[in-house]
Ligand binder design. Structure first.
Ligand code: COA
Length: 325
């Protein structure tokens, strides 16, 4: 039987209208534009309006991807969504988006892998297509992470933003996705986490006014760089490729210094690396598909080019995909 590949046929993204610059943050956080830019590369972030949800951003991104693909929502047979900030606990945000798109009847579920959520979702969708189970799949990464930030904690609140990206995948006899690598190590939970869930601390939290992200930034940084080094090597091996065959690195946009370290490991010059962290900050599962959509719509990424997508996040989780666009 001929090999089935999954191919990205189109991309889409959505950002909240409100832009908050580092200078805006200086007014209510003990920080400076210079500190944020030098340590992270971030200049601004988009923040969801009151009442604007992860599902709203995901739906917009999905509609743009479907429109660019020329695919009707009713043709989809699967929706997989990476998010760690769902609209409500259940139904999944994938189900809420499915209904709004009018894709009723197809399978739809969320994947929670924090910042690696989109790349995890892409890996899952790829398996559904390769197995022959699905032909047209919508993969989304969307977050409103700023909703769970502690605005009194300057070590975390300056780093994140909100946003969403989506791709339409289609079964094809041509590559497509060559390889995906998905990993996790729950042993690092306390370096980057949100301590509250339905089963832990949920009721107590009503008194605590908020569900807040906690992070040991310096330790996360060190593990991220080391882990991503190994991940890109593993992905190249899995795809049977060399770094010099890559046209673009499309990394998770958490910190410019982490991105530069990965590019260096691959001997890729920064002009072959898609960087949006300056404009979007860390949008968690939204980050890779936002960067991909920016790269496609700005004309940087062209059909036939090889792209390496990678992400690292809470869990820890880490994941990659090497594909021909
Ligand atoms: N503004 C100004 N100063 C700040 C600050 C802020 N927003 N946040 C921290 N500082 C201060 C610290 O208090 C510390 O001061 P001290 O030396 O007087 O104690 C100093 O800056 C250095 O802090 P440190 O945490 O050592 O800085 P760093 O160089 O490690 O940079 C991060 C901090 C968070 C930017 C960096 O560690 C990082 O990016 N880590 C990875 C985080 C990440 O990507 N998480 C998501 C993964 S998906």
């Amino acid at each position: 039987m001929a090999q089935i590949y999954s191919r990205i046929i189109a991309t889409g993204s959505a950002l909240p209208e409100r832009v908050v610059t580092n200078a805006d943050l200086e007014k209510f956080v003990d920080t400076s534009d210079e500190w944020i830019r030098e340590r992270t590369g971030i200049r601004q972030r988009h923040i969801a309006a009151d009442g604007e949800t992860t599902g709203d951003l995901a739906t917009q991104a999905a509609q743009r991807a479907l429109e660019a693909a020329g695919v009707k929502a009713s043709e989809l047979d699967l929706i997989v969504m990476g998010t760690t900030t769902p609209d409500i606990i259940f139904p999944s945000t994938a189900c809420l988006v499915q209904h709004r798109l009018g894709a009723n009847g197809c399978a739809a579920f969320d994947v929670n892998a924090a910042c690696s959520g989109f790349v995890y979702a892409l890996g899952v969708a790829d398996k559904f297509i390769r197995s022959g189970q699905s032909k047209k799949v919508l993969v989304i990464g969307a977050e409103t992470l700023t909703r769970m930030l502690d605005w009194d904690d300057r070590t975390t609140c300056v780093l994140f933003g909100d946003g969403a990206g989506a791709v339409v995948l289609e079964a094809s006899s041509e590559p497509g996705i060559y390889a995906t690598c998905l990993h996790a190590d729950g042993g690092h939970k306390e370096l980057l986490y949100n301590p509250v869930g339905v089963s832990v601390g949920f009721k107590d939290n009503e008194k605590n006014h908020g569900v807040l992200v906690r992070m040991a930034g310096r330790e996360v940084f060190k593990v991220a760089v080391k882990t991503l080094d190994a991940l890109v090597e593993e992905t190249l091996t899995a795809a049977g490729m060399h770094a010099d065959q890559l046209d673009w690195l499309i990394p998770h946009q958490a910190n410019l210094r982490i991105i530069e370290a990965t590019a260096k490991r691959l001997s890729m010059p920064m002009d072959k690396v898609i960087v949006t962290v300056d404009k979007h900050a860390n949008t968690s599962a939204g980050s890779v598909p936002l960067a991909l959509d920016y790269a496609v719509r700005s004309g940087k990424v062209q059909r036939g080019q090889n792209l390496l997508l990678e992400a690292f996040g809470g869990g820890f989780t880490w994941a990659s995909a090497l594909l021909r666009y």
